[in-house]
Ligand binder design. Structure first.
Ligand code: C2E
Ligand code: MG
Ligand code: MG
Ligand code: MG
Length: 294
């Protein structure tokens, strides 16, 4: 009987494994297909200057709605794409679609200063010689200024620090493309990259942002991050701002930019374009008038 039980357990174990491997393979195939058929979409989440409530840009976020499996979040498929070596292709697709959209918006709805886009890069592309050159060519093709393309990378990317990555990042900095450290505070704690590279901004992770109102120690931490960033002439963006309380507090702490459901969820291209067409360039950030703008 023990043997049977053991056999049974193994059978169940194998089946689970098989199912996961099959699911994984299906997901991989579906992802290849989505890329080939350009089924990935890009969404745009507003970024706001906290002192004025002015819309300054959009973060570009990839979305995948599979006809059969439904919505698959980037947190699920980006890591798989990284392992498959497909993520550079995704990032490139996202970047060129977003640049085409931005160029059209600049043309149709000019503003001064022009709005920017912030694009996420997983870092694999920095290992490829010629990456900076390909970005420069894309910017030229679409007629977008380097300062209107903000690149978001995580601390992990800078810490890998291969010779290739250093050369590509340096070349992009020389070109005038601003770099932001995404999810700041959640990665490794080595800060030496902050002065080794010419970083334009830190995006403080939403876990800090959301704890700020009720955690004095988080407030201390955020104040210290802001002080350090400003001493190095680095701007601070706060991610995941959901309430007027968070927004007011972080603005008072000197954070320059905010992003989160309080201002708006990631929007379909068409919705973002309607905002611009209607001249919705300013958000109610005064505590007495503010309501969730999402
Ligand atoms: P991220 O770059 O830190 O992007 C911010 C994430 O926070 C987005 O999740 C956004 O929808 C979410 N978010 C924004 N405001 C709020 C808020 O107020 N509350 C809460 N709870 N969440 C908020 P999303 O779109 O699911 O993306 C997850 C991550 O996937 C991104 O984190 C980024 O690391 C990665 N990602 C997204 N698009 C791309 C892409 O095109 N390329 C690469 N390599 N990675 C991407
Ligand atoms: Mg990001
Ligand atoms: Mg982030
Ligand atoms: Mg991230």
């Amino acid at each position: 009987r023990a043997k049977e039980q053991g056999g049974g357990r193994f059978a169940v174990f194998d089946e689970t494994l098989f199912r996961n491997a099959t699911m994984r393979l299906q997901l991989e195939n579906a992802l290849r297909e989505a890329l080939a058929h350009q089924d990935l979409e890009i969404y745009f989440q507003p970024i706001v200057r906290l002192s004025t409530g002015r819309l300054v840009g959009f973060e570009v976020l990839v979305r995948w709605h599979h006809p059969e499996y439904g919505f698959i979040p980037p947190s699920r498929f980006i890591p798989i794409a990284e392992e498959m070596g497909l993520v550079s292709e995704i990032d490139h697709y996202v970047l060129s679609s977003a640049l085409a959209t931005l160029a059209r918006w600049h043309h149709l709805y000019p503003s001064s200063p022009p709005i920017w886009i912030a694009v996420n890069f997983s870092g694999q592309e920095f290992q490829t010689p010629g990456f900076a050159r390909s970005i420069r060519n894309l910017l030229r093709t679409h007629g977008v200024r380097p300062e209107d393309l903000h690149i978001e990378i995580t601390e992990r990317v800078l810490l890998q620090r291969t010779q290739e990555a250093i050369e590509e990042i340096t070349a992009l900095e020389r070109l005038g493309v601003p770099f932001y450290i995404d999810d700041f505070g959640t990665g490794y704690s080595s800060l030496s990259y902050l002065h080794r590279f010419n970083i334009s901004g830190l995006k403080i992770d939403r876990s800090f942002v959301q704890n700020t109102p009720h955690s004095p120690s988080t407030q201390t931490l955020v104040r210290a991050i802001v002080a350090m960033a400003h001493a190095l002439e680095i701007a601070v963006v706060v991610e995941g701002v959901e309430t007027v309380e968070q927004m007011t507090l972080l603005r008072a702490m000197g954070c320059e930019y905010g992003q989160g459901y309080f201002f708006g969820r990631p929007l379909k291209e068409q919705e973002a374009e309607e905002w611009l067409a209607q001249g919705r360039h300013t958000f109610p950030i005064d505590e007495s008038t503010a309501s969730n703008a999402g």
